[in-house]
Design a protein around this ligand. Structure first.
Ligand code: GLU
Length: 523
């Protein structure tokens, strides 16, 4: 068998079979698991970043930061047939956008790189060699046709398909014969009868005799690429991962991983499987895939802060549910022990409310407000562009005033360029007939308001204006206060509904109000 093994190992030597050398292997192997917290988010770039993946990344991030640890992004791109162009970039872009950037990643590099599995093939080959040497793995020569038939047969008998371990006990001669015909067999891991029990930090003690329900899994494909089960064990080990926080769909695979750790003589990390994130009705989030991609939320004006808050708010891990938590608060308040096994139900209808809250928090910070002003100016420019009659509306002081006045009323910055707020940026076309129908005293009201503005000067306050507007209606012959306000709102905004008239006057400023009112007089 020794000679045969040698041959097999030679066939699998990376320089022959795998091509790409591992960039920083030395450094990577030095990075032994220690006491430091090191966690990883390990998506496959087979799709763009969505709310489910954001949640997994976030729990890893806050756990790392809570323990002064490192948050690593590793791209699991070993299934080359399912790669989606742009997905890898999107995942890293979206982590940055969400404000939870990795400490180590394909883009940022780091001591345990490379951070893309397709560039770590040598490590998987080495681990496979070790497993072959000790007999914990064996070559499998079964053809795809045979495996397909096995699967069909199982399904016909309403059984879960499993490999029948046919190549498990081939003799030396049989292996030699088959190798001559098929020099690149897949390699399977020999599952032991007794899988170790383990304590999941969320689901508690688990024991699952995987060999009784599954056939021996392939760990290295004939293409030289590993499967997920081998790759995640090898990488978590070499990257010094201390805790694996991942979706609970991987809970049942963990015993398999533990057997691989055992066979390689490695200490496994601690596991914490996260319960599912579902829609409010309990359906799978993926059923709404189309509208849960982060890029779409970003384009629609939702804030990363609101998304982080809503995906943690619907789940567990905190002493209480509370809206409006910021990332630093999430970090200090998070407690892994408080994650329960219940699925988290996400109610996206509440997202605008979360966004309103976080937008308000940002407006209250001068530095953040400054940035929002820039964004709002860009939105106004994009939306109205050449229609802007007066470029003065792009003045930062004007935009900031609008933000300060409307915070709490709007959910997204985008709301401020919606039809209801167009009057802020473009003079309205006021319907004279409609104005006349509200009050016959148009000239009188207009002149009184102009007089009032003259008296009040440049600095207007809503409180003072509210008092003065009440007085303004006194003495009008046939126009009640409420009608006068309706008249003014229409004259200033072209709308019958909207913010309070006093607020409209403050936001537009005395000069613009004067001009709009004079237009009424001229009509
Ligand atoms: N690539 C796997 C996934 O996208 C990662 C699972 C894990 O974290 O171990 O689900």
């Amino acid at each position: 068998m020794a000679a045969l093994l040698k041959r097999l190992l030679r066939l699998w030597s990376p320089s022959v079979a795998l091509g790409r050398p591992l960039g920083r292997r030395e450094a990577s192997q030095d990075c032994k698991p220690g006491t430091a917290v090191r966690v990883r988010f390990a998506p496959s770039p087979t799709g763009f970043m969505h709310l489910g993946s954001l949640r997994t990344a976030l729990y890893n991030y806050i756990f790392a930061k809570k323990h002064q640890g490192s948050f690593i992004l590793r791209l699991e791109d070993t299934d080359q047939t399912r790669l989606v162009p742009g997905a890898a970039e999107n995942i890293e872009d979206m982590l940055e956008w969400a404000g939870i950037p990795p400490d180590e990643s394909p883009r940022r590099g780091g001591p345990a790189g490379p951070y893309q599995q397709s560039q770590r093939l040598e490590l998987y080959a080495q681990a496979t060699d070790t497993l072959l040497k000790t007999g914990a793995a064996y070559p499998c020569f079964c053809s795809p046709q045979r495996l397909g038939l096995l699967k069909k047969e199982a399904l016909r008998n309403s059984q879960t398909p499993r490999y029948d371990n046919r190549c498990r006990n081939l003799s030396q001669e049989q292996v030699a014969q088959r190798l001559a015909k098929d020099p690149k067999p897949a390699i399977r891991f020999r599952l032991k009868e007794e899988a170790p029990a383990f304590q999941d930090l969320v689901y508690g003690w688990n024991r699952h005799d995987v060999a009784s329900v599954e056939g021996d899994p392939i760990i290295l494909k004939s293409s030289g690429f590993p499967t997920y089960h081998l790759a995640n064990v090898v990488d978590d080990h070499h990257m010094g991962i201390s805790h694996v926080l991942r979706g609970c769909e991987w809970l049942a695979s963990t015993p398999k991983h533990l057997l691989i750790y055992q066979a390689l003589g490695w200490q496994p990390p601690q596991f914490a499987h996260l319960p599912l994130l579902l829609n409010r009705d309990g359906s799978k989030l993926s059923k709404r895939q189309g509208d849960i991609f982060l890029e779409q939320f970003a384009a629609a004006g939702f804030l990363p802060e609101a998304l982080l808050d809503i995906v943690t708010n619907c789940g567990s891990g905190f002493a209480e549910n509370q809206m409006g938590r910021t990332l630093p608060e999430l970090i200090t308040q998070f407690d892994l022990a408080r994650i329960t096994c219940h699925s988290a139900l996400l109610d996206l209808e509440k997202l605008p409310e979360f966004n309103r809250l976080h937008l308000r928090q940002l407006v209250s910070s001068e530095a953040q407000r400054h940035q929002l002003v820039g964004k709002l100016q860009a939105l106004v420019e994009d939306t109205f562009g050449s229609h802007l009659q007066d470029r003065a509306v792009l003045d930062p002081a004007y935009t900031e005033r609008i933000l300060l006045l409307r915070q709490g009323h709007i959910c997204r910055l985008q709301d401020l360029v919606s039809p209801a707020y167009t009057y802020l940026w473009i003079r309205p076309a006021v319907d004279r007939v409609q104005l006349g129908a509200i009050s016959k005293e148009a000239d009188m009201i207009a002149r009184r308001l102009l007089g009032l503005l003259e008296r009040l000067g440049m600095t207007l306050s809503q409180d003072v204006l509210n008092d003065e507007l009440k007085k303004l209606s006194e003495g009008l012959e046939g126009t009640k206060y409420s009608h006068m306000m309706k008249f003014l709102r229409l004259a200033l905004s072209g709308q019958l509904q909207g913010p309070a008239v006093a607020e409209m006057i403050v936001s537009l400023g005395p000069k613009e109000v004067r001009e709009r009112i004079q237009m009424v007089l001229c009509s």
